[in-house]
Design a protein around this ligand. Structure first.
Ligand code: HEC
Length: 112
């Protein structure tokens, strides 16, 4: 039944993400400034903490402890964009390169 629980958790968290993905105004012909300008920490709390926890150590759904991750920025980015095993790809949810970099910067701080 372990596998089943995992799938349940996974699909319910995907559901949460689809609700929390923000309505960016970016594409409004440049008339309106992008209203949603979240910090790396805010993005992390919104998109990552459900599995990794606020401090990176939660380990829900088999998530790796980010506070002891040995991955460099490049490896970290690859996983964030494409996902791995129990981790879904976060490319769409983070929306922009800038946001991905902000999240990477934030998770570096979890190692300090
Ligand atoms: C649905 C749960 C889930 C969410 C949401 C999630 N992760 Fe993960 N993450 C995982 C799992 C599971 C792994 C372990 C993958 C593996 O190696 O098998 C992982 C691994 C990682 C790793 C690799 C760590 C290492 O040392 O190997 C990084 C970095 C990471 N996640 C960052 C993030 C970031 C940043 C976000 C938010 C943008 C995020 N994750 C969102 C579940 C999640």
């Amino acid at each position: 039944m372990v596998g089943f629980n995992k799938i349940l958790f996974f699909s319910s968290s995907l559901f949460l993400f689809s609700c929390s993905s923000n309505d960016s105004l970016k594409e409004n012909n440049g008339l309106v400034e992008n209203e949603v300008n979240l910090s790396g920490k805010e993005l992390y709390l919104q998109q990552c903490a459900i599995c990794h926890g606020e401090d990176g150590k939660l380990g829900a759904s088999g998530a790796k402890d980010l506070s002891i991750s040995k991955l460099d920025a490049k490896g970290t980015k690859t996983i964030i964009l494409n996902g791995k095993n129990g981790m879904p790809p976060m490319r769409e949810l983070l929306e922009s390169e800038e946001n991905v970099l902000k999240v990477i910067e934030h998770i570096q701080k979890l190692k300090e």
